[in-house]
Write a protein that binds this ligand. Structure first.
Ligand SMILES: Nc1ncnc2c1ncn2[C@@H]1O[C@H](COP(=O)(O)OP(=O)(O)OP(=O)(O)O)[C@@H](O)[C@H]1O
Length: 250
């Protein structure tokens, strides 16, 4: 039997009376972009937080490449190859794009004082290639707070890729980006992930993005995976039209 890249088994987590994960089972295999959709509060972000070790489930396990990582601290899970990008990019806004990547690489290499001696870091060329991969080589020396939201998202993805992940978990990769720019950002992002050989899972509310960029879709509802299938199957399903697409349009 082949090992899944990630496997979640029977995850449960409660916040007071709210059951945010209620027996979540999901497998993720290498090389596919999986979109997670579902109504607000269904537990989508909670799932990402459990997979990255930020939340510990009261029941169930997460396996990454066959290893039980459920109780590992987040930084150990990153080292195993699981990276995360957030709805709001987690960048040092007063530093340049290049400096942000060098800080990430310092963390990857376990260096002390990541803000010191950035000029001397041997990974500058490697980081420039990463910025090139996400179409941001031209803003390598620009401060992050001077960039458009779309560019910030792409730099954030490059930071995640600097950690050399096998799996990247993303929360609404184009939220906050002007609609005219969303598809361009996703084009760059999906191509960069394919070239870096990184599998992705992204939580998404924009069904246009899901239709165009997901290989598969998992639907969350009330802390459970309700169904899974191709974008065409899922987006045409009456329950999804009623509970997810209807809600987004409202
Ligand atoms: N740290 C927390 N403390 C208390 N309640 C929480 C916490 N995290 C999540 N919840 C609750 O758990 C439920 C699931 O939240 P979660 O953010 O995972 O949903 P979601 O599907 O990502 O929603 P959205 O699409 O609105 O982002 C919600 O009712 C939320 O309020």
């Amino acid at each position: 039997m082949s090992t899944h890249l990630l496997e979640a088994r029977d995850l449960e987590i409660r916040f007071g009376g709210v059951v945010a994960a209620d027996g979540v089972n999901l497998t993720i295999d290498e090389g596919k972009n999986l979109a997670i959709i579902g109504p607000n509060g269904a537990g989508k972000t909670t799932f990402l937080n459990i997979c990255t070790g930020w939340l510990k489930p009261s029941r169930g396990q997460v396996f990454f490449l066959g290893e039980d990582v459920t109780r590992l601290p987040p930084r150990k899970i990153v080292q195993r190859g699981v990276a995360r990008a957030f709805q709001i990019p987690q960048l040092f806004s007063e530093h340049t794009a290049m400096e942000n990547l060098l800080i990430a690489v310092s963390a990857r290499e376990g260096r002390q004082s990541p803000f010191l001696q950035m000029e001397a870091q041997p990974e500058r060329d490697e980081m420039r290639e990463l910025l090139d991969l996400v179409g941001c080589a031209d803003v390598a020396d620009a401060r992050v707070d001077a960039l458009s939201e779309g560019r910030r998202k792409l730099v954030d993805i490059a930071v995640a890729l600097a950690l050399k992940p096998r799996l990247l978990l993303m929360d609404e990769p184009t939220s906050g980006v002007a609609s005219s720019e969303k598809f361009e950002i996703m084009d760059i992002l999906v191509k960069a992930l394919a070239r870096a050989d990184v599998t992705s899972v992204f939580v998404e509310h924009d069904m246009g993005i899901v239709k165009n960029y997901a290989d598969e879709v998992a639907v969350w509802n009330a802390g459970e995976v309700q169904m899974r299938g191709t974008p065409d199957e899922i987006l045409a399903h009456p329950d999804v039209i009623r509970d997810v697409i209807g809600e987004e349009a409202a």
